[in-house]
Design a protein around this ligand. Structure first.
Ligand code: CO
Length: 139
């Protein structure tokens, strides 16, 4: 049976993880870990919420997608991530149907996952990340 597609995480753009983390800790959430993706100029704090997690995204460089998002829109919802069993198959299906993917090939994301972003114009206005767990990924 094919693995189901599940909600993996919700990405929230913040100016500073350290300044925002207190709110989430007050809710009883805990930071599971931090990661940095230098290619995307972003530092990430992971906060598990059930089987899902919140990811606080802080720019490490002013000339990056996250920094530009903060400049244009301020802090807030940045993207929703769905974990799919086969990212290449999902990308091919979407491209075949005329949807706009932000890369032609999967990219390496946090935790070594394979990821691809789908343009908000295809999703109903939300930047959507597709992700395939590292263990299932074939590079
Ligand atoms: Co993400």
């Amino acid at each position: 049976m094919t693995d189901p597609t599940v909600l993996d995480h919700i990405g929230i753009a913040v100016e500073s993880i350290d300044e925002r983390i207190g709110f989430y800790k007050a809710l009883g959430l805990e930071v599971e870990g931090y990661d940095e993706v230098p290619e995307q100029g972003v530092r990430i704090a992971f906060l598990p919420v059930g089987d899902c997690r919140l990811e606080l995204l802080e720019p490490t460089d002013p000339n990056t997608p996250i920094a530009r998002h903060l400049e244009r829109r301020g802090p807030g919802l940045h993207h929703v991530c769905l974990r799919v069993p086969d990212i290449r198959a999902a990308m091919a299906r979407l491209a075949d149907q005329g949807h706009t993917l932000l890369s032609e090939e999967p990219q390496i994301g946090a935790h070594g996952c394979l990821v691809c972003f789908v343009h908000p114009k295809s999703t109903g206005g939300v930047l959507l990340e597709l992700s395939q767990a590292a263990g299932e990924a074939e590079l």
